[in-house]
Design a binder for this molecule. Sequence first.
Ligand SMILES: NC(=O)c1ccc[n+]([C@@H]2O[C@H](COP(=O)([O-])OP(=O)(O)OC[C@H]3O[C@@H](n4cnc5c(N)ncnc54)[C@H](OP(=O)(O)O)[C@@H]3O)[C@@H](O)[C@H]2O)c1
Length: 267
Amino acid sequence: MKISLIGCGNMGLIYARAILKYNIVKKPDLLLVEKNNERAEMLRSLDMGEVVLPQNPKVVESDLILLAVKPQDFIELSELIKGKLTNSNVVLSIMAGITMGFIQEKLGTTNIVRAMPNSPAGVGMGVTAITALPSVTPDQLRKAEHFLATTGRTVYLEDESQLDAVTALSGSGPAYFFYLVKNMIEAGVAMGIDEGISAMLVKQTMLGSFHLINQAEKSLDELIRAVSSKGGTTEAAFTVFEETSLGENLKKAILKAEQRAKELSKH
Ligand SMILES: NC(=O)c1ccc[n+]([C@@H]2O[C@H](COP(=O)([O-])OP(=O)(O)OC[C@H]3O[C@@H](n4cnc5c(N)ncnc54)[C@H](OP(=O)(O)O)[C@@H]3O)[C@@H](O)[C@H]2O)c1
């Protein structure tokens, strides 16, 4: 199998590293397609595969072609590859908000898989939702899934429109988590704890609690109850969460993100 990674910025480079690590392709079969000269030089120094410009005819000869440019750069890119794709290529797009219908119109192919990864992909712990047009063969879909699974887990969605909700939930989700962690660390500092120690306490609490969610045979409500005693400290904190409708506001914020994903979506 040959792979072209078009756009080797943050995400493109994450995939280049991950697919070489898991032997999805060998270096000679990996094409790093980058238009930014400085970035291209840096990629050459990493020696991960051949670095070429998007105009290079080899770009469209690969079995799997990843579109990892910014959504606003897609039209310019599409003009270079439109009409050059055949049934043996599958296009895998991770561009936020660009629908498969729009990609089909601009590239003239129906072999399209669309995916929404998230930033923990960089440490192999991402989660990626995938969907595909009906003309994508099971073999092409399997290749795309293998590719994406090098950065974490994958989940298949029948309905493309749910990718807006995925963008709001797991795409933006890391930022919600970082915000929570940041504010908890700041609360520790406000109570007089050294910042480094506060960060360690909060990060380890998050990590341990995550494992409890997965390993304890308890629901989330039971886990909350297990650390809340009547009239105690957790309960005191929860009275403020309730007074300020923290849970409701969090859900509202995520629905707002979904709304924004829909507004930004190109059909
Ligand atoms: N970052 C995330 O967490 C995340 C999560 C989910 C989805 N995504 C999606 O992933 C895509 C890439 O995001 P990113 O953060 O990796 O962006 P990025 O760091 O800006 O990388 C994009 C790279 O593509 C280059 N490029 C632009 N047009 C090109 C062309 N025609 N041919 C070849 N290369 C071209 C850019 O060069 P210039 O710098 O010269 O423009 C840049 O180096 C976006 O569509 C985004 O929506 C990102």
